[in-house]
Design a binder for this molecule. Structure first.
Ligand SMILES: Cc1ncc(COP(=O)(O)O)c(C=O)c1O
Length: 485
């Protein structure tokens, strides 16, 4: 019998060959090719139980041939995954990823550098600092600014609020929060990352205070009144969180006014720009984030409007020292570099220890497409959402819920107007489910002002007016059938 170590060693060497690499990459490239036009399904018609049955098998004790593994990828994984590169995929804020960024992924994995510390990633840490500097400059944060890559917006906001906590309560890391924790004030439409951070860091979610919106943007007068109320109660405000590109409607808070208010009161402003900070690349849309430079911290996800494959997030702070204070830990096995390279170590200021060199795909994309290219893509995604809005407005059987400020639009099917209230909510929910199951397109849904609505996010530069039109036509046909059935 062959010793398994010989078999596996032989397989490892064979699999490291270029031809094998090409076989894997060909599958990924084939996926792009198959989704170039809109004649294929966008998503699976199968449910989770049917898919689970496909993979319900014992742990493989012996390795299998490469051909059989590749064949299973082709037959069992690709077809029933969501095809985000199909022009009629318009669901969540997950990108149809930029090809050069995708082809960089195998390099990130092969190099397997951990950007925790310079000695583990000599080029990666330096590149990360370079890209973060570019982003801080774009955001207008000034020469003392810095940041770190994160797994996404949730970690970025968590890290930013930890930095805000260290500024408000320098002893909190060691001594805890005391009897009366400070509060975090956020807009009604803030992403759950905010209350999750508040809960996770032990402030208690009762101390996350929500401010109402006007036209889906934080009501600045209501914010001022809330800050007055907290002052009257004698409660310290740890941070105000504004949103640049809200999850539900892609709306932008008035950062200029909110920033001024925070400056007057000496408050930490965190801007959750996970979705919308990429407007900085666009001459046309940059005005949406006017005032961003007033933030003490910013969450910004390249894996959203910069169309990176998951994952690539960033947290930026106006003063790097704030980030250093967010975590205060010793780890002699890792954080032991001498002065010269310690400045490049990101581990002490990141929630993660081992961390992928995700910056590489961002750097490659900036080299390949340039800031102008990314700006043009941002404009194109927003323009397509605007086209959908205009189509919706022209139709009697749909209602637009807002003007799109970015690439997100909420609308709903109203049919001939005879169905209202909860029945209309139920109809829209069913419409979304059945439409997605049809494979004709893929959209999402949310609750807006208590009403069930349809929601579209354009995350694919291939999506054009004809695609949004065909999705709307499909929804209209199906909606009418459901309403009559
Ligand atoms: C405004 C906003 N903030 C934060 C997040 C969370 O980002 P991530 O999923 O990258 O953690 C999202 C994701 O949808 C978002 O829309």
């Amino acid at each position: 019998m062959t010793d398994p170590i010989h078999t596996v060693f032989a397989d490892l060497e064979a699999d490291a060959e270029e031809g094998v690499a090409e076989a894997f990459v060909r599958i990924a490239a084939g996926h792009y090719a198959a989704t170039r036009t809109d004649d294929a399904r966008v998503s699976t018609s199968l449910g989770p139980d049917e898919l689970a049955a496909r993979f319900d098998e014992p742990l493989p004790s012996k390795g299998r041939s490469l051909e059989s593994v590749l064949a299973r990828l082709r037959s069992d994984v690709l077809p029933d995954s969501n095809h985000l590169t199909n022009p009629r995929a318009m669901g969540h804020q997950v990108s149809a990823p930029l090809p050069a960024a995708v082809w960089t992924e195998p390099i990130v994995a092969a190099l397997n550098q951990s950007v925790a510390v310079w000695e583990m990633s000599p080029v990666g840490t330096v590149l990360e600092a370079r890209v973060l500097r570019w982003m801080c400059d774009l955001a207008g944060l000034g020469p003392a600014a810095g940041g770190t890559f994160t797994s996404g917006g949730t970690e970025a906001t968590f890290t930013a609020l930890l930095a805000a906590r260290a500024a408000a309560l320098p002893n909190a890391w060691a001594g805890g929060l005391g009897a009366v924790p400070p509060v975090v004030v956020h807009g009604e439409h803030a992403h759950y990352a905010v209350t999750r951070a508040v809960g996770a860091m032990g402030l208690g979610t009762d101390n996350a205070v929500s401010v109402p919106s006007r036209a889906y943007r934080m009501d600045v007068a209501a914010l001022a009144a809330e800050l007055d109320r907290q002052a009257e109660r004698g409660r310290a405000v740890m941070a105000v969180v504004a949103t640049a590109g809200s999850t539900a409607t892609g709306s932008f808070d008035d950062l200029e006014s909110i920033g001024k208010l925070c400056e007057e009161r000496g408050l930490w402003l965190h801007v959750d720009g996970a979705h919308g900070a990429s407007a900085l690349f666009s001459e046309k849309h940059r005005g949406r984030v006017r005032g961003l430079e007033r933030a003490r911290s910013i969450a910004w996800d390249p894996h959203k409007m910069m169309l990176m494959p998951l994952a690539a997030g960033m947290v930026l702070v106006r003063d790097e020292r704030d980030l250093d204070a967010a975590f205060s830990q010793r780890a002699p096995y890792l954080f032991h570099a001498r002065e010269a390279s310690r400045a490049w170590d990101q581990g002490p200021r990141s929630f993660q220890c081992s961390r992928r060199m995700d910056v590489l795909k961002v750097w490659v994309s900036l080299q390949r497409y340039g800031a102008e290219g990314l700006g043009a893509i941002y404009d194109c995604l927003c323009a397509t959402a605007r086209e959908l809005h205009d189509l919706v407005v022209r139709r009697p059987d749909f209602e637009a819920l807002h003007e799109p400020e970015s690439n997100i639009l909420c609308f709903r099917f109203t049919g001939d107007g005879s169905i209202t209230g909860e029945r209309l909510d139920a109809l829209n929910l069913k419409l979304r489910e059945e439409f997605n199951r049809s494979g004709e397109g893929w959209i999402t849904t949310t609750l807006l002002g208590g009403r069930r609505v349809l929601r579209v996010t354009v995350m694919n530069p291939r999506t054009r007016e004809s695609d949004v039109e065909s999705v709307l036509d499909g929804l209209g046909r199906m909606g009418a059938r459901l309403a009559n059935g």
